[in-house]
Structures are given as C-alpha cells and as structure tokens.
Design a binder for this molecule. Structure first.
Ligand SMILES: NC(=O)c1ccc[n+]([C@@H]2O[C@H](COP(=O)([O-])OP(=O)(O)OC[C@H]3O[C@@H](n4cnc5c(N)ncnc54)[C@H](O)[C@@H]3O)[C@@H](O)[C@H]2O)c1
Length: 263
C-alpha cells in the first residue's frame, strides 16, 4: 500500500470501472495511494483494468442492478480490506429514445442501472462507512439532468434521479452525523464508449463542428472527470457535501450557441 498520495491508505469501490470514466477514476485513485476495487458487469474488462492498474487494484464482478451482488461485494471489501472510504457510483449505459420512441423496457433498463444502481450502492456502502465514522460517496450524474435532452429521455430521467438522490443522502448523513459526504458529478460530453451506440461518426463530426467556438472543444476527457472525483473522494473536500459539480466546458451555459445533441 502506498503511504503517499491524496487518498493514501484509503479503500475505494468504483462501479463500471472497466472503461471510460470509471477506469480513469480507478487509475487516478490508485495513483494517489488508494486500494481500489475495480467492479463491472463486464468480467474480462474488469480483470484487464485491474491488471493494468497494478497490485493496488482488484477486480470484482458487480451488476449494479442486483442487490445480492452489492451485499456480496460489501462482505468481500470488509473481509479483504477491513474498511470502505470511497464509493464511486459510475456504471451506466445510454439508449437513445424520445418520449415517443423510448420503450418501457429501455426506460426500465436505464433507470435500473443508473438510478436503482446508485440507490443500492449508497444503501449497501452506508453501514460500513457509518460504522467506521465516515466516507465519501461520489455519484456520476450528467448535464442531461440539467437540460433534459429530448433524444435521450430515459437517460435524462435516471440522471435527474441521481442528482436529487445525492442531496437526500447527503442531508440524511448530516442529520445522523455519520461523517459520510455525498456529492454528484455532472459531466457534459466526454470521449468514451458511451456514445458508441447512439452517435454515428457523422453526428459526432457535426457536434464537434457546432461547438467549435468553444476553446478546448466540445468533448472532455475521462481524466477531466477523474480529477474532480479524486478531489471529492479525498479529505481535501472535507467541507463539501450535497454538492453538484458540472464538468462541461460551459456547454450547458451556452444554449443559444450550442444545441442539445440530436442523436
Ligand atoms: N461519456 C459521457 O459523455 C458522459 C457524460 C455524462 C455522464 N456520463 C456517465 O459516466 C458514467 C460512465 O460512462 P462512460 O462514459 O465511462 O461509459 P462507458 O461505456 O465507457 O463505461 C460504462 C461502464 O459501465 C458498465 N456497466 C454497464 N451496465 C452495468 C451494470 N449493470 N453493472 C455494472 N457495470 C455496468 C459497462 O460495462 C462499462 O464498463 C455513466 O454513468 C455515464 O452515464 C458519461
């Protein structure tokens, strides 16, 4: 275990950590001294990610929709590491669909992963964190929760739930004096596999072009988000809870110049 770093000696669980924001976050936490449980529904992906990160990481299979998976993970974390300091609820997926075209199955799938999954993660991490006197939960929402993109109705709904659930959990922990902080991160458009299913290369090109006026471009990197998660996970943010942190290069603030995605 590293004895130096911004989260040195702390123990973290990151969901959806086989790729994208979750992988970048697991890597940053590990670089700064944390022991990281790299969890994902994608078993080979989780193992490859843990191998890449090194000995401070270990892979666990976790479908965030399954309560028994969460219970098993928490038992394993407690018996292997003895504590849990950081939970990053990151797992997600995107299915395009408007209020007219989105099926009930697609609505339920996205809300099961991104709303119920966050609910279950917070619920199962809380007893362990409360018992040891504190911890930090970081929930990955999205600017879709602020803007309500018409083309991704169910995704927007799930991310809105994450935003409000985060505040309810944070205030509950304050009322109970658990010492657990809970914050939400709202990324804009970040280069990952998430958009693979819904955006054609032409759509990505069009979006990049329409956002050209912005310095630094339309898409951020996974690392941009990981740096914010690291701050919220670390003791540096000890006075920060029930917050929401937008990482979008001001795209949300400039609706007249930038239209919502048409995918
Ligand atoms: N990329 C963006 O532009 C963007 C913007 C805002 C928010 N987000 C959010 O960031 C999070 C990470 O997305 P990403 O962009 O890195 O995408 P990604 O597709 O690269 O990673 C998502 C990961 O979640 C895993 N996953 C999916 N369903 C799961 C389940 N039921 N249980 C456990 N793991 C599951 C996948 O296997 C994958 O490894 C998501 O919550 C996403 O909504 C992404």
């Amino acid at each position: 275990m590293s004895i130096e770093g911004r989260v040195a000696g702390l123990v973290a669980v990151v969901t959806g950590a086989a790729s994208g924001l979750g992988l970048a976050t697991a890597m940053r936490l590990s670089e700064e001294g944390a022991t990281v449980f790299v969890t994902d529904i994608d078993a080979p992906g989780a193992r490859a990610a843990a191998d890449m990160i090194g000995p401070s990481a270990q892979a666990r299979i976790l479908d965030v929709r399954r309560e028994d998976d969460w219970a098993g993970l928490m038992s394993a974390v407690e018996s292997v590491a003895g504590r849990l300091d950081i939970l990053v609820n990151n797992a997600g997926l995107l299915r395009a669909g408007t209020i007219e075209s989105c099926t009930l199955d697609d609505f339920r799938l996205q809300n099961a992963v991104m709303s119920e999954g966050v609910f279950l993660g917070c619920k199962h991490a809380m007893p362990l964190m409360a018992r040891q006197g504190g911890g930090s939960i970081v929930n990955i929402s999205s600017t879709a929760a602020l803007q309500g993109f018409s083309a991704v109705l169910a995704y927007s709904a799930a991310k809105g739930a994450v935003r409000s659930m985060t505040k309810a959990i944070a205030t509950h922990c304050l009322e109970r004096n658990y010492g657990i902080r809970c914050n939400a991160v709202l990324p804009g458009h970040i280069h990952t596999n998430l958009h693979g299913e819904t955006a054609t290369p032409e759509q990505v090109e069009r979006r990049e072009h329409s956002w050209k006026p912005l310095p630094n471009g339309a898409f951020g990197s996974a690392r941009d988000v990981a740096e914010m998660v690291l701050y919220l996970a670390s003791p540096e943010s000890r006075y920060v809870t029930a917050g929401e942190f937008v990482i979008d290069n001001a795209v949300t603030m400039m609706p007249a110049r930038i239209s919502a995605p048409t995918i």
